[in-house]
Design a protein around this ligand. Structure first.
Ligand SMILES: NC(=O)c1ccc[n+]([C@@H]2O[C@H](COP(=O)([O-])OP(=O)(O)OC[C@H]3O[C@@H](n4cnc5c(N)ncnc54)[C@H](OP(=O)(O)O)[C@@H]3O)[C@@H](O)[C@H]2O)c1
Length: 315
């Protein structure tokens, strides 16, 4: 079947915006389901993209929003639980309900975002809930053509991870780093988006799960050093032992802005690295962090800030 109309859940987010832009550029008619029109309005200038406010946790609302679609992409995810949204609701119940709606409406194609190292025995609730979501989807494998993607951390313009450390490095004299030896294999957001778009109509990817990791693995400390190098700043990094890592995360949970939780530290108990290169079928040669980091952190460097002021002054 030729896929034309694609609904994206979580399309307003960091990864979602890249996926939606690539879908639009490839000629798909894209509908982004969002809780609030305002969070997704940066997408309306893209050709063939429309926004639909929807409570995706309500079966009937989701059913009516997805009617007439040829495929659905689910990119909804949270890093921190709140009173309104738990890992179980967002990572397990939502995909389970989404798969049911797709089956009920006869929408066969479903692409879903999980996470590298998601497993029922993983140390964090985040990773266990992602695994529960995968299982719920795969239970409907005989009725749906499902593809699951499991990335390590994702970098690119607007990412949370690298940008958070760039901001902390700028403002703090010393970096107290939890789990400094935890390993990551970061992948570029544009490569992740290409994997989704390239697999959409490729039947060989039906029923498959793909780990997505970049070309290099780094310790947490090495990643922070790379950010410092890019910004042209030097800060001492003090690696915290496990007890202090959890104590720091506990203190951060008390802040109004969620930076790091104990569950995030638990996720780092296992390295977010993959033994499997991205398969050729996805058509992506992963891009190195070093190839793009300077370009997307440019506003955070003093040179970048200077150029920005200069261009504003010249206006
Ligand atoms: N970024 C990474 O490094 C990384 C690594 C591994 C896996 N992932 C996974 O990739 C996916 C996308 O991540 P991201 O970094 O793009 O996240 P993001 O920028 O926070 O976007 C998440 C999206 O989920 C939707 N969402 C969040 N909370 C919701 C709620 N309570 N109810 C309904 N919708 C909600 C939001 O849509 P609206 O606000 O428009 O409703 C938002 O667009 C997630 O599943 C995440 O777990 C990300």
């Amino acid at each position: 079947m030729q896929i034309k109309k694609v609904a994206v859940l979580g399309g307003s987010g960091f990864v979602g915006s890249a996926v939606v832009a690539k879908l639009a550029a490839s000629g798909y008619l894209v509908t982004v389901l969002t809780r609030r029109y305002d969070s997704a309005k940066h997408l309306i200038l893209l050709p063939n993209v429309s926004l639909l406010e929807c409570n995706i946790l309500d079966y009937h609302a989701l059913n009516s929003a997805l009617r007439g679609m040829d495929a659905v992409i689910n990119l909804v995810g949270i890093l921190h639980q709140s009173r309104r949204a738990s890992f179980n609701t967002m990572h397990h119940q939502l995909p389970a309900q989404l798969a049911k709606v797709c089956a009920d409406l006869g929408i066969k194609r479903l692409l879903h975002m999980s996470s590298l190292q998601a497993s029922s025995t993983a140390p964090s609730q985040y990773l266990r809930s992602k695994a529960a979501g995968e299982s719920a989807l795969l239970a409907l494998k005989s009725q749906l053509n499902i593809t699951i993607f499991k990335p390590s951390i994702i970098f690119g313009r607007g990412d949370r991870f690298i940008n958070l450390f760039a901001t902390l490095i700028k403002f703090l004299p010393v970096i107290l780093l939890a789990k400094p030896n935890a390993r990551f294999q970061p992948i570029w957001v544009e490569d992740v988006a290409s994997c989704f778009v390239n697999s959409l109509q490729n039947s060989a990817t039906y029923g498959q799960s793909y780990e997505l990791a970049g070309p290099t693995d780094y310790t947490f400390r090495e990643l922070v050093q790379k950010v410092m190098h890019t910004l042209g700043l030097q800060r001492p990094i003090i690696g915290l032992n496990d007890t202090l890592s959890y104590a720091q995360a506990f203190m951060m949970e008390l802040l109004p802005i969620k930076l790091m939780s104990r569950d995030n530290v638990r996720s780092m108990e296992i390295d977010s690295v993959s033994q499997h290169p991205i398969p050729a079928i996805l058509g992506v040669q992963p891009t190195a962090l070093e190839a793009v980091i300077a370009e997307y952190l440019v506003d955070k460097t003093s040179r970048g800030a200077y150029d920005r002021f200069r261009s504003i002054a010249a206006r």
